[in-house]
Structure formats: structure tokens, C-alpha cells
Ligand binder design. Structure first.
Ligand SMILES: [Zn+2]
Length: 414
């Protein structure tokens, strides 16, 4: 059989998605598998068992990243496919899991066809992609591609205030592995993921060939004024931190519309203190989320925002502090792999479009190390991080077949 005729088996993939979905299952569907909890351990154990059943060599690194390796004719750099098994508190069955289980399905397809590829192949599960229980998100792939960060990651404390860290939780669940982080040499990295947005479904397109991940800037501003009586303090004498926060939110909307293109901006968090009806707020904390595929435009929007915050603070007689919480520049994926994804999708008679990713993914970290790209499949209603997250079986099958064909191309190179 020519490798172009190889297809994955949907019932096998669905069986694994369902079985994994029982771990941390929530009433009404969906799952809660926060990183390094007992549920995450159970999911990891099941993955490890499946890897061994498929004759993969299981390796676990210092940060708990898991790899199942299938040898090739050469012992050189490997082609890796992967994603994450951890979820948010109200996660679905597909976010992350799909990219890992699709990797296993590729192995099963190759095993069944008796194919030895030129390059070795690996299926990866990265630790703490969601960043809910520990920050930052995309932790496992971040450390893999930036090993200087490993110690910081291991020392990261749980955000719930309990006195556990990544290190102590890895030890507790037995996933503090021996493999040095970042040790496996990569020829290419691929990630199949649900879109988590509405575009593919709305345009009735089967496959997204993801060209890039948009850049993300999170900036916290804390305005400091004076709390005072809402009835007796004349307007010109106020130092109203709440007003500055609200006005900043309005500025973000206006500036983002002015910038245009792919610029988006969100103020989803404002905290006022003392937060009382009849008291001028003495302190206001605002976090601004700015995203763009164009780094120059993103920087310009951020610069305009910083200037505005300075202006409004002066006008309102406030002091303020600024902290850069996140600075992820836009990441371009490998052009030749993106073209391959398109070609392979068309050869399978699937409709395909190039698109950016609006969300962050492990693949954007791995792109620092080797040629990398992502494949998206439609999310019904564009919904994710929600127990209602759903992708049709036929779309899962299409995505997995494109992943298989693209991986086959890369595996037979070299
Ligand atoms: Zn994900």
C-alpha cells in the first residue's frame, strides 16, 4: 500500500477519546483535569499504558513531559506530534487530548501497516499547558524550548495558595522523570488541535492550516488615588482610581478599533478598592489583554496604551504602577509544512484554509526549536474551555488523516 492511501481508524480514536474523557469527568459532560492532580496522574498512567501497548519507548523528562518514541531506520532527529492532557476546570474532551491521542492513532496505523519510517516518531504530552493551577501556561513546552527556565518552572507554586509546587507535585504523582528537559532532538513538530473559535464552522471548511499564532501582551496597571466621600468631595478635588480604570478600558476599545487589522483588545478584569457604592475608589487594578498577528502593530497599540495611562493618571492626580505579565510575540509556523498540510488536505478532498491561531498552544513554543505547524478542526459553535466543547467525529477523522499524511511526509525525509 502506498502511504498516500493510509487512513486512520475513527472508532479506535473515538474509543480512546471516550476512555480518557472518563478521567475527571464532570456531570453533564466535559472534564476537570488540572495539571498534576490525581486526575492528571490517572490520565498520564493511561497514556503510558497505551504507549507501552503500542511498543513505544516511554520517556519522562524532569518537568513531567511524556514522550512515546517509535524508532525509525535512522536514529537521527525525530518527528514529534503532541499536545496536552491537562484541562481547565470546565474542560471538554478534545482540547489537548485530541493532539496526543491522534499521535497514538498514527502509531497504531503505522504498526498495523508494518511501516518503518526513515525518521523516528514521537508522541508527546506536555505538562501544564492550561496554566490554571500553576502559571505560566504552556509550561512544559516552554521549558522544553527554553531550558534556562526549567528551575523557575519547577519552583512555581500552585495559584490556589496551597504550599505545593510543580516539583513537589511531580514527585507526589511519580512523574519527576529522568530525561533532561529538551533532550530529544527534533526534525519537526506537529500539533492537531480543535480551533476553539467559530471560523471553520461558519465557513464550512474542514481543515485549518495554521500559519501563525498571534502575539499576546498582558499588562497590569494599578492606579492609586484617595478614597473619599461620594457626596461631599467636589469633582475637581477627586483622585479617583476607579475612573482611571474605566477610562482605560474605553481607551483600549477605541485604540484597538483605530489600529484595525487583526488587533483585538480586552479588559476582562478590573478590581476596585474598597469597591463600595458611595466611596471614591482609592485603588484600581486593571489587566489589559492585547493580541495581534502583526508584532509592529501590537507594539504600537501597547505604546499608545502606556501613554494614555500616563496621561489619565496625571489628569486625575493619581500614581500608578505598571507590570508586564505576559509578552508572547507572534509566532510564524514553517511555510513548507503549512503548504504540505494544505496539499495533503486537498489530496484527501477536504476543504482547507490558512488561518492564524487566536489561542496559545504548545506548538508556538516548539517552533523555536524546529520546523513546526498546526492543524485545526472545527469547533461546534466555536465553544471551548466549556463542558459543551464539541467537534464532530467526521471532523476529528479528517484532522487525524491530515496529521497522518503530513507526518508521513516529514518522517520519510532524510
Ligand atoms: Zn489546548
Amino acid at each position: 500500500m502506498h502511504h498516500k492511501d493510509l487512513k486512520i481508524k475513527l472508532p479506535r480514536l473515538m474509543d480512546k477519546i471516550q476512555k480518557l474523557g472518563q478521567i475527571g469527568a464532570l456531570p453533564g459532560g466535559g472534564v476537570c483535569r488540572l495539571a498534576l492532580t490525581d486526575e492528571d496522574k490517572e490520565a498520564r498512567d493511561l497514556l503510558q499504558q497505551w504507549m507501552k501497548q503500542l511498543d513505544l519507548e516511554v520517556k519522562i523528562d524532569e518537568l513531567g513531559n511524556m514522550f512515546g518514541i517509535r524508532s525509525g531506520k535512522s536514529s537521527g532527529p525525530l518527528v514529534m506530534v503532541g499536545s496536552h492532557l491537562d484541562t481547565v476546570g470546565t474542560g471538554g474532551l478534545y482540547d489537548g487530548s485530541l493532539g496526543v491521542l491522534a499521535g497514538l492513532e498514527i502509531v497504531e496505523t503505522l504498526n498495523e501497516a508494518g511501516i518503518t519510517t526513515a525518521r523516528p516518531f514521537a508522541v508527546a504530552n506536555f505538562t501544564n499547558e492550561e496554566g490554571v493551577r500553576f502559571t505560566p501556561d504552556m509550561m512544559g513546552s516552554h521549558a522544553y524550548s527554553h531550558t534556562a527556565e526549567l528551575e523557575n518552572m519547577l519552583n512555581a507554586k500552585a495559584v490556589d495558595g496551597s504550599n505545593v509546587s510543580i516539583r513537589t507535585e511531580l514527585e507526589r504523582i511519580g512523574y519527576n522523570g529522568q530525561l533532561p528537559c529538551g533532550d530529544l532532538e527534533l526534525a519537526a513538530f506537529l500539533e492537531l488541535h480543535i480551533e476553539q473559535g467559530p471560523v471553520l464552522e461558519a465557513e464550512e471548511i474542514h481543515i485549518g492550516a495554521v500559519e501563525m499564532v498571534q502575539g499576546i501582551y498582558w499588562t497590569e496597571y494599578i492606579f492609586k488615588g484617595v478614597s473619599n466621600h461620594a457626596g461631599t468631595t467636589p469633582m475637581p478635588l477627586r483622585k479617583d482610581a476607579g475612573y482611571a480604570a474605566a477610562s482605560t478600558a474605553q481607551f483600549v476599545r477605541e485604540q484597538v478599533l483605530k489600529t484595525g487589522g487583526n488587533q483585538v483588545g480586552t479588559v476582562g478584569l478590573i478590581e476596585l478598592s474598597p469597591n463600595l457604592i458611595n466611596v471614591v475608589a482609592q485603588e484600581a487594578r486593571v489587566i489589559v489583554d492585547l493580541r495581534n498577528t502583526d508584532e509592529g502593530a501590537l507594539i504600537q497599540t501597547q505604546t499608545a496604551l502606556d501613554a494614555y495611562v500616563q496621561r489619565i493618571s496625571k489628569q486625575e492626580n493619581l500614581s500608578y504602577q505598571k507590570q508586564e505579565l505576559v509578552r508572547f510575540p507572534p509566532v510564524q509556523f514553517d511555510k513548507s509544512i503549512v503548504s504540505k498540510i494544505e496539499e495533503r488536505a486537498r489530496a484527501l478532498n477536504y476543504s482547507v484554509k490558512r488561518m492564524p491561531s487566536g489561542a496559545g498552544h504548545d506548538a508556538q513554543m516548539m517552533a523555536r526549536l524546529c520546523p513546526t505547524a498546526m492543524i485545526f478542526v472545527p469547533s461546534v459553535g466555536g465553544i471551548s474551555h466549556n463542558i459543551k466543547e464539541f467537534t464532530k467525529e467526521k471532523d476529528l477523522e479528517r484532522g487525524c488523516n491530515v496529521l497522518l499524511q503530513t507526518a508521513m511526509d516529514l518522517l520519510n525525509l532524510g
